[in-house]
Design a protein around this ligand. Structure first.
Ligand code: BTN
Length: 255
């Protein structure tokens, strides 16, 4: 049995990830594991790769959880946290197709409902920041194909309860070894087997088929002439199976 994670609930803050990181620094690194910060509104919510994460007050779950995890910049942790988010979203939307998209999204019927931002604090602490679209209307969502629990017909849920449920599931997940984690992630990840266009940190793109996950969660992509590439950082668009990127660019059909 674990102790229940402590949840700090705020009306508003800059970003729950930044709030938790500041608190951790001020405490000299002495905060309890799985301490969770949740808020109704972020003034400067952050997404991956320097993007912003914006949501009107009270429409999202915006939470950050302090994970006692060894130093590791691999993509495995966001995907593993994604399994926890996916299971929660699936419980709210039974019968819907809820899948992971590499490296950090949860999709409902192919539309983004959640994003995860992991930030390393120290060799043994990582912040797992989770945003889940709860009650946004279509015009409150960003232009990428997105959805919310409400738009998919799901129930209204108390933000603090959801945050506690995520933190408790992450406590259990912290005890799972990487091989088992990969076994949990792979069947839930819609990127695998898909034709993809990966945008890489070098500014280049790579088109091919997502073959499998590497032991650290990196994505193995087979390019159009059979060469294999390991992608650790980047964005991935799912392409329709029959399309190549230039054709797709004309039709605007990515998810
Ligand atoms: C992404 O898809 O780019 C990741 C988005 C992560 C957003 C969450 S909301 C709670 C936490 N605080 C932040 O500033 N970001 C994360």
């Amino acid at each position: 049995m674990h102790d229940l994670p402590l949840v700090i609930s705020l009306d508003r803050t800059s970003s729950t990830n930044s709030h938790l990181a500041n608190k951790w620094r001020k405490s000299g690194g002495l905060l309890p594991p799985f301490l969770t910060v949740v808020t109704d509104f972020q003034e400067s919510g952050r997404g991956r790769l320097g993007r912003e994460w914006v949501a009107p007050t009270g429409t999202s779950l915006l939470a950050s959880i302090l994970m006692p995890t060894a130093a590791d910049s691999s993509p495995l942790l966001p995907l593993a946290a994604g399994v926890v988010v996916l299971d929660l979203v699936q419980s709210l939307l039974p019968g819907r197709d809820v899948r992971l998209k590499w490296p950090n999204d949860v999709l409902v019927e192919g539309k983004k409902v959640s994003g995860i931002l992991c930030e390393q604090l120290s060799p043994e602490r990582v912040i797992v920041g989770i945003g889940i679209n709860l009650s946004q209307t279509a015009d409150q969502l960003p232009p990428v194909p997105s959805t919310s629990i409400a738009l998919e017909g799901g129930p209204a849920v108390a933000r603090d309860l959801l945050a506690l449920s995520l933190a408790t599931s992450l406590q259990d997940l912290a005890e799972v070894d990487p091989v088992e984690l990969r076994a949990l992630i792979e069947p839930r990840c819609s990127t695998l087997g898909h034709r993809v266009l990966a945008s890489l940190p070098t500014g280049t793109t790579l088109e091919g088929r997502a073959v499998c996950l590497e032991p650290d969660g990196a994505l193995r992509i087979e390019d159009l002439i059979g060469g294999e590439h390991i992608v650790r950082v980047g964005d991935v668009s799912h392409l329709r199976m029959s399309e190549t990127a230039p054709e797709l660019a004309r039709q605007g059909g990515r998810s």
